[in-house]
Design a protein. Structure first.
Length: 585
């Protein structure tokens, strides 16, 4: 008989499995979201690791029995090491084939969980992207079943497979776990950085949380925080342990410190307007509240537009006055529902956002909903606990105010923040004790180009640079447009001129497309200078000078900008000396 099969049977029969827990923390403030339950073999075996164990179980048709053992072991361990009830999120790995099995549905019920004092909304099924799903329609029905029971879904190892986007689209998970291969060395890999940056933007509009797996260094964590990834786990945060332990205080301080630097640099008068500022309170009800009681509450309070259904401070559904009235209308509507709890009619598929989500992002999410939900109120949470709601009326009003304010303070050509916001950011830097660097960018020979090619083409040059700056801008950077061909970048770390070489190289390459063939071949354009003398001007290039507070401090923004102007003048003067002056007489 196969030694691996013998080893598998021995492990299952003798329950030679233990559970270790790895915490998943908020990359905003370090609070623990929950724990991933990982299975480990507790005996010497031909099967050397968990991955091999599950592959062997699949090969010998023992996957159901192995997963049942792992699940019950995990739930027992969570109950043992956490003061009941367990009020964090418990992430349990589930094979799609097992999840689709009728035995799984029968065995993973609310009554089954109740003995461990774990609520369904605190259980997250992790579905790995590596497992190919053949019956997608049946699997989607299974997912819908568990969602209706308040369980949550996570896509594991996103980025490890080739059909990940389709799986995300089909499943519409609550969480996406970014594969550790995508995270490894992200601070030094521009392609990985760009991929995760795109996922962050996707998560904002889809209301799906990202969890970065396998964080192993401070630099990786720093990069992920500045990108805006919401949650993280990995050896740097905490290795898997048999006990559920507190997070190392050093890691917590680092998370808070990185966020403090990020917020200091990237938040302006406009961009720091979070949705929490629009929160209002509404009445809360428990899921057991009888439907007639909620209906009577609406009748007694005609200005009450809705209620939020909350369990253990966590919102699990909403009820609007208009929709409840519609559901109870008709000949049998009320009589059929008069003894039922409100949980039977509440809307579980509602829009919920973190309190630190920008108003503009929430507005986009709200307006992308289906027409029948377009005017439903939005639930606001902190660490997934209810703190209030926002009405569509208040959201639209504030969005309009922001757009008007933004238009006043941004450059009309590039859409970047203008001088007022730049001055505020410079003053913040000077008054703070944080590390910072200021880069001044100026387009060389821009006036000559403008004179020869015209203002329309000149605007294209400026817009090109603005687009490149936006493309390379990370979450910890502020980019502003002083005016004309002058720009500024503010960072929350010490850097020098060569830090921006990619920006400089790309701009100087792309701008060549805006010249005619003759000027490109010559390598210069000929036009009159400011004094009326005809001069050969080199093709457009970019001057970038930087200052930082590593070795000097600045009294105010005027001193800082004066030093930058001096550095820029010196750098440009060096280039000017290379020109050839032609006598036009």
């Amino acid at each position: 008989m196969d030694k691996r099969k013998d080893a598998l049977e021995y492990i299952i029969y003798n329950k030679k499995i233990k559970t270790v827990f790895q915490p998943i923390i908020s990359l905003r403030d370090g609070t623990v979201l929950g724990h991933e339950a990982l299975s480990r073999i507790t005996c010497e075996s031909e099967i050397t690791n968990s991955e091999m164990l599950f592959l062997t179980a699949g090969e010998y048709n023992r996957l159901w029995d192995l997963e049942l053992l792992c699940r019950t072991t995990a739930l027992n361990a969570a109950y043992k090491f956490m003061v009941p009830p367990y009020n964090k999120k418990l992430f349990i790995n589930v094979n799609p084939y097992t999840m689709h099995d009728d035995n799984f549905k029968k065995g993973f019920t609310k009554s089954f969980l109740k003995q461990y004092e774990i609520a369904p909304h605190n259980v997250i099924f992790e579905i790995t992207e590596r497992n190919v799903i053949t019956d997608m329609e049946g699997f989607k029905a299974t997912i819908a079943h568990y969602k209706s029971q308040d369980y949550k879904i996570a896509i594991d190892d996103a980025g490890a497979g080739y059909a990940g986007l389709n799986l995300i689209s089909d499943v519409n998970p609550n969480y996406i776990k970014l594969d550790m291969k995508l995270i490894r060395g992200i601070n030094e890999d521009s392609l990985k950085y760009a991929l995760v940056k795109g996922m962050v933007e996707f998560s904002k509009v889809s209301n799906i949380y990202l969890i970065a797996e396998g964080i192993e260094t401070y630099e990786e964590m720093d990069t992920l925080i500045n990108l805006g990834v919401q949650y993280g786990q990995g050896y740097y945060i905490q290795k898997p342990k048999e006990e559920i332990l507190e997070i190392n205080s050093k890691v917590l301080e680092e998370v808070k410190e990185i966020n403090l630097k990020k917020n200091h640099t990237s938040q302006s008068m406009i961009s720091n307007l979070y949705i929490k500022n629009l929160c209002t309170s509404i009445d809360l009800v428990s899921p057991e509240e009888k439907i007639p009681n909620v209906y009577d509450h609406f009748k007694a309070n005609p200005n009450c537009f809705g209620v939020c259904v909350v369990e253990n401070d966590i919102p699990i559904g909403i009820v609007t006055q208009e929709k409840l009235a519609f559901q109870l209308s008709g000949f049998y509507g009320f009589s059929l529902n008069q003894n039922k709890p409100i949980s039977k009619l509440m809307d579980k598929n509602y829009l919920s956002v973190d309190y630190r989500t920008p108003v503009s992002v929430v507005s986009s999410m709200a307006m992308s909903r289906s027409i029948n939900k377009l005017y439903d109120f939005i639930v606001v949470t902190e660490d997934e606990k209810y703190i209030g709601v926002v009405t569509i009326k208040d959201l639209l009003q504030k969005t309009t105010e922001i757009e008007i304010s933004t238009a006043k303070h941004q450059n009309p050509l590039t859409g970047l923040p203008g001088n007022l916001v730049i001055e505020q950011m410079l003053n913040k830097c000077i008054l703070s004790n944080m590390e910072y660097s200021i880069a001044y960018l100026d387009i060389d020979n821009f006036k000559a180009y403008n004179d020869v090619y015209g203002f329309e083409n000149g605007d294209m040059v400026i817009k090109l640079l603005a687009d490149i700056l936006q493309y390379y801008r990370s979450a910890d950077q502020f980019v502003g447009h002083i005016g004309g061909d002058d720009f500024v970048i503010i960072l929350n770390k010490h850097v020098f001129d060569d830090y921006f070489k990619d920006i400089k190289n790309e701009f100087e390459y792309e701008v060549l497309e805006l010249y005619n063939e003759i000027d490109l071949k010559n390598g210069y354009i000929t036009t009159a200078n400011r004094h009326g003398k005809v001069e050969q001007f080199p093709l457009i290039s970019l001057t970038i000078v930087t200052v930082n507070n590593k070795s000097e401090t600045f009294k105010n923004e005027f001193e800082l900008t004066e030093i930058l102007a001096g550095l820029k003048k010196a750098a440009k003067q060096k280039k000017v000396s290379e020109r050839t002056i032609l006598d036009n007489e």
